[in-house]
Design a protein around this ligand. Structure first.
Ligand SMILES: Cc1cc2nc3c(=O)[nH]c(=O)nc-3n(C[C@H](O)[C@H](O)[C@H](O)COP(=O)(O)OP(=O)(O)OC[C@H]3O[C@@H](n4cnc5c(N)ncnc54)[C@H](O)[C@@H]3O)c2cc1C
Ligand code: SF4
Length: 526
């Protein structure tokens, strides 16, 4: 056991959207800050660009095994690197809709109300968009919440085929919008660019640091301050409390096979919704027998991950666009005629590359690739445009993270399936019309295979330690401090009481900036 003799003002565990952003916010305070990250820096190497390495061989995913509710092991598609999952994210940075903060009736149940509202988050969304270089354009999305300022950067434009698709969607009376994207891209001056608009963005690490991820935007700048220390390959395994149980006294991490103990006034977890809950549960002691900060018995519960389906539009005409992830559609977000319940959000995936098809594409597409002689993977990929169809899954206390001994379980039964199925079929109908409108053959025939994401896809994980005012019905208070342990906070996606249908990262980032403001006040008082 190694006792670290330095006393820190604050320790942050994890460097993803939550932790990396918080580090950035707190670094200028001059307070002694220690960041503990279980992963290393993601290497810059040629394999960053390779779909075979990234998708078929899963080069950057953890090798950890988790267990589903049947006790079957699986390898989660999650990433332990400096920057966390933002190292490979698609950088689609959307605000939740105003109504998402209210209680919303869905076909399959209720989406929980947030105790803070859109207006409370709006200034932090604005700050988050500036920090993460968000490109967008206000105006065409019927569900877009009010903004105090325009997007900091102009929308990433559609290439020719994407514009054709966008126009054909509009001509059906729908409102395709520019997908807000966090890229270090100046479309006016090539000398200002880090992003080169390549084909390998969503799901890939960026070889040229063009993606506004939590390492590039959060951790790297914070490390320029002498008061900030980062320890990589430092996996936090347990939090130890004071004799009263009211405070975290020490943070125990495994580094190079040895136990190290670190001390600070404040501890902030940002391990991701699954790992933060698991860490609290693993830190049970005599005073916290069900897990740390778990007097509500809610730690780990109400786990959400979105219902996500990849729909592939296999058009009669090719799609030569190099960067295809530029459109989003929210016309069905709150439902449609005849279905008065939310259905969800649609956005482009990144490009579908031939080497992704064997493992990532819907089974029908992989099957077609084998069936069609002379029309192999390459041609399929050239004709493909990808769409994520995303529906809110509702918080359910039985969907939960559990720890038994050293095993991490994710119990998950998807709900809200009818809304999701409707959205898939509605979207497929829209794409059929798009292909009819944009193809000059007499009998244009598109194909629209789709595949749902299995348990191991935990990209949009949230919930597990919801925030709220009542310690009986929430784990965290409105400052994301645990109700039970005075100096313990969480700033990853755990705090979500419900998940909306848009991608979570901008809300995690905005919340980290909000909590950061509270922490600065607290640190300045002590
Ligand atoms: C392929 C992919 C594409 C995505 N695309 C988008 C997108 O376009 N838009 C969007 O909004 N969201 C997207 N997401 C989701 C987004 O990346 C996550 O919502 C976001 O990164 C979560 O932030 P976080 O801080 O909660 O956790 P993470 O980013 O997961 O960070 C957690 C960090 O904690 C570290 N850690 C975990 N346990 C420990 C421990 N015990 N000790 C020390 N360190 C620990 C991890 O290594 C990691 O660095 C995508 C995710 C994936 C995987
Ligand atoms: S599109 Fe830009 S940000 Fe994305 S991986 Fe390519 S260079 Fe990086």
């Amino acid at each position: 056991m190694i006792i670290n003799d330095q006393h820190y003002d604050l320790i942050i565990v994890g460097t993803g959207a939550g932790g990396g952003t918080l580090a950035y916010k707190l670094a200028p305070t001059g307070k002694r800050i220690l960041i503990l990250e279980r992963g290393d820096f993601l290497p810059k190497e040629n394999e960053n660009w390779s779909a075979t390495e990234v998708f078929q061989k899963e080069r950057y995913h953890t090798h950890q095994q988790w267990y589903d509710q049947a006790g079957e092991s699986f390898r989660p598609q999650t990433n332990y690197w400096v920057g966390g999952n933002t190292k490979v994210y698609g950088a689609a940075l959307l605000r939740m809709r105003e109504r998402d903060f209210e209680e919303v009736k869905h076909e399959d149940g209720i989406s929980t109300e947030w105790s803070l509202k859109y207006k409370d988050f709006e200034p932090y969304y604005t700050e988050a968009e500036k920090l993460y270089h968000v490109h967008g354009r206000q105006g065409n999305d019927p569900t877009e919440p009010p903004r105090s300022q325009e997007y900091p950067l102009p929308a990433v434009g559609h290439e020719t085929r994407m514009q054709e698709i966008c126009d054909a969607i509009s001509q059906q009376g729908l409102h395709p919008a520019y997908l807000p994207l966090g890229l270090k891209l100046s479309q006016r001056d090539d000398n200002q660019n880090d992003c080169i608009r390549c084909k390998t963005c969503d799901g890939f690490p960026c070889h040229v640091d063009g993606k506004a991820d939590a390492e590039v935007v959060g951790i790297s700048p914070s490390l320029t301050f002498p008061n900030v220390t980062l320890k990589t390959n430092a996996k936090v395994v347990r939090l130890h409390t004071s004799p009263s149980g009211g405070e975290v006294k020490a943070v125990e991490a495994e580094i190079g096979g040895q136990s190290h103990f670190f001390f600070s006034d404040i501890v902030v977890l940002a391990c991701g919704a699954i790992n933060s809950a698991a860490l609290l549960l693993s830190s049970a002691n005599g005073l916290h027998p069900n897990g740390l900060a778990n007097s509500s018995d809610l730690v780990g519960r109400n786990f959400m991950k979105h219902l996500i389906t990849a729909v592939v539009q296999l058009s009669p005409v090719p799609n030569p666009a190099i960067f295809q992830k530029t459109i989003c559609v929210n016309d069905f977000y709150w439902g449609e005629l005849g279905f008065d319940y939310p259905m969800g959000h649609i956005q482009n995936t990144g490009n579908i590359l031939e080497d992704m098809i064997p493992t990532e594409a819907p089974p029908l597409l992989a099957f077609l690739a084998k069936l069609m002689p002379g029309f192999g993977l390459k041609q399929l990929a050239e004709h493909a445009t990808g769409w994520w169809v995303q529906t809110e899954d509702l918080p359910d206390p039985n969907n939960r993270v559990r720890v038994e001994g050293s095993k991490l379980y994710v119990d998950y039964n998807p709900n809200n399936l009818e809304a999701h199925d409707r959205l898939i079929h509605r979207w497929t109908d829209v794409l059929k019309v798009v292909d009819r409108m944009t193809t000059n053959t007499v009998f244009p025939r598109g194909i629209y295979p789709y595949s749902n994401t299995p348990i191991r896809v935990v990209a949009n994980q949230s919930g597990t330690c919801r925030f709220g005012e009542d310690p009986k019905t929430s784990v965290l208070d409105l400052n994301c401090r645990t109700h039970d342990v005075d100096n313990l906070y969480i700033v990853d996606s755990s705090f979500f009481p419900s998940s909306s249908a848009v991608s979570p990262a901008l809300t995690i980032i905005a919340n980290a900036l909000r909590v950061g403001e509270h922490l600065i006040e607290r640190l300045n008082k002590s």
